[in-house]
Design a protein around this ligand. Structure first.
Ligand code: MG
Length: 163
């Protein structure tokens, strides 16, 4: 068995009139995130980390943001498609470590539900999904409340010595 590491980063701007969805969970907030999809910044970072570990490029190559079929799409569908690609290559998630950077809203109450949803889609126990949230002490675009960023690191296991 060998291991493959991947990292992913995403950021989206707040906009009025959209629901806020992070980690597959609807968050109570006055604004959502602008995006071609549902704007789930955490799942996008996670998808990029998974694709990166598998050497499969990035989320934009797989799900172009000018393709109408992805307009408003639930990002969990994208995550499950990424997992399908990994599954075809017999790649499994060992663990993931995720960080959401947001000045607001407070995400702590939603984190157990997010962890559950992500573990389900990743096909791993909840104990292998670590979720963190931080502010940037009011500095930068997240600190000013202009948007939310997310960072993901994943470790995959692969059969054999190498790809
Ligand atoms: Mg995105």
């Amino acid at each position: 068995m060998s291991v493959l590491i991947g990292q992913g980063i995403d950021a989206h701007r707040f906009t009025a009139g959209r629901p806020l969805v992070i980690g597959g969970i609807r968050i109570e907030h006055e604004e959502g995130l602008a995006a071609h999809s549902d704007g789930d910044v955490l799942i996008h970072a996670l998808c990029d980390a998974l694709l990166g570990a598998a050497a499969l490029g990035d989320i934009g190559q797989h799900f172009p943001d000018d393709d109408p079929q992805y307009s408003g799409i639930d990002s969990r569908i994208l995550l499950r498609r990424v997992m399908q690609s990994l599954d075809e290559r017999r790649l499994r998630v060992h663990n993931v470590d995720l960080t959401v950077v947001a000045q607001r809203p407070k995400l702590k109450p939603y984190m157990p539900a997010m962890t559950q949803v992500l573990a389900e889609d990743l096909g791993c126990p909840t104990g292998r999904v670590n979720l963190k949230a931080t502010t940037t002490e009011r500095m930068g675009f997240t600190g000013r409340g202009e948007g939310i960023a997310a960072f993901a690191v994943v470790l995959l296991t692969a059969p054999g010595d190498s790809g």
